[in-house]
Design a protein around this ligand. Structure first.
Ligand code: AMP
Ligand code: ZN
Length: 139
């Protein structure tokens, strides 16, 4: 547990939340300020500030829990689809520095858009080969 971390406190039960799922490594609860009905946050119990800090086992359990919760949300709360994602880093909109996956149920006619509506900087597309090469070297 990380001191002064809101989500560590929620996971420890020191701050109340509307829990929807819990297992050995995962805790999921309703977002207090939801983007749509049922908006759920899925978090590892262990404190990781950034997605890139996580180990493979925790990533696997995080995304398997997100998958299960997405299916349950769509069934129980009548959604036709969902946006599933992480704001990783302050520049990307992360407000709480404890990794969490947002599961945002989507319904026909809700007026929302897809993941590329988060940011659109119109980058150069003539150099995709160089970009891919740079990335392959970094991996
Ligand atoms: P992010 O910007 O990805 O870090 O998302 C943080 C999310 O946490 C926001 O969608 C907030 O509405 C939500 N949030 C903040 N405080 C609480 C809380 N006490 N209980 C539940 N959700 C919260
Ligand atoms: Zn934490």
């Amino acid at each position: 547990m990380m001191e002064n971390c809101l989500f560590c406190k929620i996971i420890a039960g020191e701050i109340s939340s509307e829990k929807v799922y819990e297992d050995d490594t995962i805790f999921a609860f309703l977002d207090i300020n939801p983007a749509s009905k049922g908006h759920t946050l899925v978090a590892p119990k262990k404190h990781f500030s950034r997605f890139t800090d996580m180990d493979a086992e925790n990533v696997a359990s995080l995304f398997e829990a997100a998958r299960k919760i997405t299916a349950a949300l769509e069934n129980a709360l009548l959604a036709e689809g969902s946006n599933i994602g992480i704001n990783d880093g302050e520049v990307a909109g992360q407000e709480i520095p404890h990794v969490h996956v947002h599961v945002i149920p989507r319904r026909k006619g809700d007026g929302g858009r897809g993941i590329k509506s988060i940011v659109w900087t119109e980058p150069d597309t003539n150099n995709l080969k160089e970009i891919a090469e740079k990335l392959r070297r970094a991996l």
